[in-house]
Design a protein around this ligand. Structure first.
Ligand code: FAD
Ligand code: SF4
Ligand code: SF4
Length: 376
């Protein structure tokens, strides 16, 4: 009998992710081949591809992701639904005195760690996100100083992983990545060799994940801000912690625009509403803003590789570490658990979890018992 091939290629990516409005433009399917491009915030399919099992589908964090497989691959144990994922320790931290005048978002720990990793050649280059106006620009940098030029959050969803695909294509290995949770999940899928290809390499030397509640669609944000502030002269964008409920946009001449977050939430891509990861669970290290201390970071150490780099960076004065107060830890667990519950309940309600067969592709695969626990 002829074997039936279950297709997991471009056609399926288009049907189950792009047309289903699940894409958050992470860039994992861009620049793997000549057929997919990112253009000003839109993931575009330029030409049809007939490959039955494509890397585009296999690396996409928005379709048929088997959480158990990813967790076993990275941490050697099944996915257990812990709100913060698998981790070794959590600290309060900020960049040390070794780096001066960095225009970082919070404590500058992400830039300090990647600078240190590059200077010590623990990574050969780093995939980061720069910007031109509001347009996020994926970058591959090989010089520590260039890490600092990419500091600060661009709140627009970014095709960062396209720069990774280009660097890998050029033969670079042992690469550092800074990404949002969906980008970090795609990176974990890439390193797990889902297509069992003989020539697949794990290109990552260090993965630093950011905390993320949602991102903004560039295509909506640019017209939204036009006329309110000179876009080319934006110096920084920030979202102060609750209860402020505003986004602050700072111009380079001292101007400040305050926008209620309920207006900004209208600009969030649909795909973010299904997202269940607030802290980049599938990274070596995760970093967010420390609540109540906007000039400090919360740091989650997940792997031995990440721990070694943090300890060494601290010893050499690139960052300072202190205990995270228990109330901060509890609030983080609460917020991350809430995000999981929201995303899973929505996806489950729409029949997108653990579906079978070719016509109803899952968004996620997760053990039924853990799903029950997380959505109860
Ligand atoms: C879309 C988005 C949503 C976020 N939401 C939260 C949140 O809800 N709670 C929270 O605590 N923290 C959130 N963060 C993280 C926070 O804004 C800081 O990035 C983090 O605390 C690190 O601070 P830092 O000073 O160490 O970073 P910096 O040293 O300033 O470095 C920032 C790094 O982020 C990378 N980067 C910037 N924009 C993007 C992007 N769009 N995609 C991928 N990488 C990017 C840059 O390459 C740079 O390496 C979010 C970040 C982003 C990009
Ligand atoms: S989420 Fe990422 S991998 Fe999936 S379609 Fe969008 S850009 Fe491509
Ligand atoms: S909320 Fe999730 S899907 Fe949206 S940008 Fe953040 S990590 Fe990606």
């Amino acid at each position: 009998m002829e074997k039936r091939v279950i297709r997991r290629g471009q056609e399926e990516l288009k049907k189950y992710v792009l047309d289903a409005r699940l894409c958050t433009g992470c860039g994992a399917c861009i620049d793997l081949c000549p057929y997919h491009r990112s253009h000003r915030g839109k993931t575009a399919v330029l030409f049809p591809c007939v490959v039955d099992e494509g890397r585009c589908f296999a690396y996409c964090p928005k379709v048929d992701v088997d959480l158990d497989m990813v967790s076993r691959h990275l941490f050697g144990r099944p996915y257990d639904g812990n709100p913060l994922g698998s981790y070794q320790s959590i600290s309060a931290t900020r960049a040390g005195g070794r780096l001066k005048n960095v225009a970082s978002q919070a404590g500058g720990v992400v830039s300090a760690l990647m600078y240190f990793a590059l200077e010590k050649r623990y990574v050969s280059g780093a995939v980061l996100t720069d910007r031109r106006g509001l347009l996020p620009l994926p970058r591959f940098v090989t010089v520590p100083q260039d890490v600092l030029a990419c500091a600060a959050s661009k709140y627009t969803a970014a095709p960062t992983l396209s720069a990774l695909n280009q660097a890998v294509e050029k033969g670079h290995r042992n690469i550092g990545l800074v990404g949002t949770p969906c980008q970090v999940l795609a990176a974990a899928l890439m390193s797990s060799n889902p297509l069992k290809a003989d020539d697949c390499v794990n290109p990552f030397g260090l993965v630093i994940g950011l905390f993320c509640t949602w991102a903004i669609d560039f295509r909506l944000f640019e017209p939204f801000l036009a006329g309110r502030i000179e876009i080319d002269r934006i110096r920084k964008i920030d979202i102060p912690p609750p209860p402020s409920e505003i986004m602050e946009v700072f111009g380079d001449s001292g101007t400040k625009l305050e926008i209620p977050l309920n207006e900004i939430r209208e600009l969030v891509p649909n795909g973010c509403s299904y997202c269940i990861d607030m802290t980049s669970e599938f990274s070596d290290l995760s970093v967010g803003v420390m609540e109540g201390h906007p000039d400090m970071n919360t740091l989650i150490i997940r792997t031995d590789r990440g721990r070694r780099i943090v300890e060494e960076a601290a010893q050499e004065g690139y960052l300072t570490l202190s205990a995270l107060p228990e109330e901060n830890r509890e609030h983080l667990i609460w917020a991350a658990g809430n995000k999981k519950k929201r995303g899973l309940s929505k996806a489950r309600g729409e029949g997108m979890i653990n579906t079978q067969g070719n016509e109803t592709k899952s968004y996620l695969r997760i053990s039924a018992e853990i799903l029950e626990g997380l959505t109860a």
